[in-house]
Each structure stands twice: as structure tokens, then as C-alpha cells.
Design a protein around this ligand. Structure first.
Ligand code: ACO
Length: 330
């Protein structure tokens, strides 16, 4: 437990990611699913996705991404006192997958728990960790998005199974008190979360421990999800920027949830943001749900596009419906 410091900000100390070994192209998929490379590419921008083997699990991907992020931050598991892990595909109904990650990293103090907000999960986890840290409940956190969505896909439903992939991404957060004369201190500047449970049936899994007693499969009304995504994302981005007195002209990089290239384009257009400022990984990762934002973030940090001091805007929308955004000076 640390004492609350109202001036402190949560800063990203390191990022990491992990993907299953097997990469599946649209051509390979079209050998078992009634689809084609041209249909998938035109409608979604997806070319490849990584699919977990039976011995690759949400926790194993989460652990690999967390180790990667800890290395980047120059820290060890024992330095961490909070893990918030976003997933819709936990290893088990309970306990939380975060506790498996905690044990694997040799972290024996603090708290570790999962949050469920599907594709918005990482934004929810980031916001929860940021709030907890700034109120003194933790000093160093791992925020992870990890999924094995391939396990809950209906491989007979071509409208959904071509869209998703598996993977994990992580960030290490620390607390920093900016110098009084620093005009643009780094850290998480603002987060916004929303949900609207009236739209449950647009995107859901048709099973669960308390209903069918089975795991279930993903069901989606794609067109309606698309429509809500473009409207909700533009709104939450405007709102979050306005909170900080910023406009889209201030953004160095938009790091969006990677659902569909057409959603990314429409969101960038609504913001008046050039596509060259949008980090796009949907072509190689497909939609990895809660893992997609931290995977995209880590990709652009490691290839040198994202530089220290730049202004990043993260956003996502997913089942619930849930959506959210965060502004971070990296
Ligand atoms: N291959 C070939 N044909 C297909 C496939 C496929 N994989 N899937 C559907 N089709 C066919 C349909 O059967 C239909 O055929 P018909 O006209 O003969 O009936 C035709 O393509 C059109 O189907 P629609 O579902 O209307 O296609 P649409 O243009 O809406 O594209 C898509 C579907 C790509 C799912 C789109 O609606 C979309 O991107 N929605 C957003 C959903 C999304 O991204 N969800 C992710 C989770 S939520 C989030 O992360 C924001």
C-alpha cells in the first residue's frame, strides 16, 4: 500500500506482446471454411491471424507478453503489486487467469484479477489500474489483454470465424510525479468508459456456467455492430480529447482496437485524422479482442513508430456493448 499522491500520473514503463506460433492465411482458411481471400480482404482488411495450439492458452500467452513487457521496463515480477488482466476467454471459469500469471511471474504480494469487457477489456483494465494506482492501492502494475478467441468460434459460421485471432499484449505501469515546470508530462491523461447492455444480443456468446453450463460460441449481428462501432468510437474520442482541451490535431498516434480496417478508416475520417497516424495490425493479427490494443501498441513501440513524449489515443468497442478511450503521453 502506498500513500495516495494526487499529483502522480501512471506512466507506461514498458510494453510486450505474444502470439501463437501458428499463422493462418485467408487462403488456408478457405480450404476448410466457405470463404475467400478476396471476400475477407475487401470486407475486413484481414490477411492473417494467429491460432493457438492446444498447449497455448490464454495464461501462457499472457505470461509471455508480461515477461516481454517487464524486460522492456527493466523490472521483475516481484516488483509488481497489481495485475489486471482483460479476457473473455479465461483458462478456467475460476480462479482468475491473472492469478496464474501472478504465480508464474513470482509475484507474491498485491492483487491480481480479471476484467471482462470483451474487445474493450484492455481499456477497462487500464482505467481500473490507473484509478487504483493514483489512489495509492498499488505502485507498479501489469495490465494485460489476452485471448484465445479461436476456442469460442463457431468454425461453421463464416460470418464470424474469419474475423478473429489469438494473442496477448501487456503494459507495465509505474507512478511518476511530474516536475511543476514540465509543460507536457508523460502518463495516462484521461480515460473514458461506457457500456449499454441493451445491445447484448448484437454480440455475445451463447453459453456460460450459469445458463447452459457450456462454454458456448460467438454470435454476432455484424452490420449492426459496425454501425454502433463507428458512432460510439467517434463520440468517445471527441469526449475524451475535449476533457483534456485537446483536438485530433494534437494526436501523434491513434492506437485503435483492430476489428476491421473499414471501422478504422471510418473512425479516422470522422476524427479528421490522416490514416498515416493510425496503427494498423488487423491485417496480420485479425481481431484479438482484449489483446488487440496492447498488441498494436507494442508493435508500433518496437518498430520505432511510437516515440517517448508522443500523444497516443487508444480506443476500443466490443460486446456488451462496451466502449472506451484513453489518452496517454508515452
Ligand atoms: N466469406 C464469404 N462470404 C461471406 C462471409 C465469408 N467469410 N461471411 C459472410 N458472407 C456472405 C454472407 O453470407 C452474405 O451473403 P448473401 O448476400 O448471399 O446473404 C454476404 O457475405 C454479406 O454478408 P453481411 O454479413 O451482410 O456482410 P457485411 O458487408 O456486413 O460484412 C462483416 C460482414 C465483415 C462482419 C461486417 O459486418 C463487419 O465488419 N462488422 C463489424 C463486426 C466486427 O468487427 N465485429 C468484431 C467484434 S466487435 C468489435 O470488435 C468492434
Amino acid at each position: 500500500m502506498t500513500v495516495p499522491n494526487t499529483h502522480a500520473r501512471c506512466v507506461i514503463l514498458g510494453t510486450g506482446s505474444a502470439l501463437p506460433e501458428r499463422r493462418v492465411s485467408n487462403e488456408e482458411l478457405s480450404q476448410t471454411v466457405d470463404t475467400s481471400d478476396s471476400w475477407i480482404t475487401e470486407r475486413t482488411g484481414i490477411k492473417f491471424r494467429h491460432i493457438a495450439s492446444p498447449d497455448e492458452t490464454t495464461s501462457s500467452l499472457a505470461i509471455a507478453s508480461a515477461r516481454n513487457a517487464l524486460d522492456a521496463a527493466g523490472l521483475q515480477g516481484s516488483d509488481i503489486d497489481l495485475i489486471v488482466l482483460a479476457t473473455a476467454t479465461p483458462d478456467h471459469t475460476f480462479p482468475a487467469t491473472a492469478t496464474k500469471v501472478q504465480a508464474a511471474l513470482g509475484m507474491t504480494r498485491g492483487a491480481a484479477f480479471d476484467v471482462a469487457a470483451v474487445c474493450s477489456g484492455f481499456l477497462y483494465a487500464l482505467s481500473v489500474a490507473d484509478s487504483m494506482m493514483r489512489t495509492g492501492m498499488a505502485s507498479k502494475a501489469l495490465v494485460i489483454g489476452a485471448e484465445t478467441f479461436s476456442r469460442i468460434l463457431d468454425w461453421e459460421d463464416r460470418g464470424t470465424c474469419v474475423l478473429f485471432g489469438d494473442g496477448a499484449g501487456a503494459v507495465v505501469l509505474g507512478l511518476e510525479t511530474p516536475a511543476a515546470d514540465d509543460p507536457s508530462p508523460r502518463g495516462i491523461l484521461a480515460t473514458q468508459l461506457h457500456s449499454d447492455g441493451r445491445h447484448h444480443d448484437l454480440l455475445y456468446v451463447d453459453g456460460g456456467p450459469s445458463t447452459t453450463g457450456t462454454v458456448g460460441k460467438v454470435r454476432m449481428k455484424g452490420r449492426e455492430v459496425f454501425r454502433h462501432a463507428v458512432v460510439n468510437l467517434a463520440e468517445v474520442l471527441d469526449q475524451t480529447l475535449a476533457l483534456q482541451g485537446l483536438t485530433s490535431a494534437d494526436i501523434d498516434w491513434l492506437v485503435p482496437h483492430q476489428a476491421n480496417a473499414r471501422i478504422l478508416d471510418a473512425t479516422a475520417r470522422k476524427l479528421g485524422l490522416s490514416r498515416s497516424k493510425v496503427v494498423v495490425t488487423v491485417d496480420t493479427h485479425a481481431n484479438t479482442s482484449a489483446a488487440s490494443v496492447p498488441l498494436a501498441l507494442d508493435t508500433a513501440v518496437r518498430d520505432g513508430r511510437i516515440q517517448r513524449g508522443q500523444l497516443l489515443v487508444l480506443e476500443a468497442m466490443g460486446g456488451g456493448l462496451t466502449w472506451g478511450a484513453a489518452i496517454v503521453r508515452y
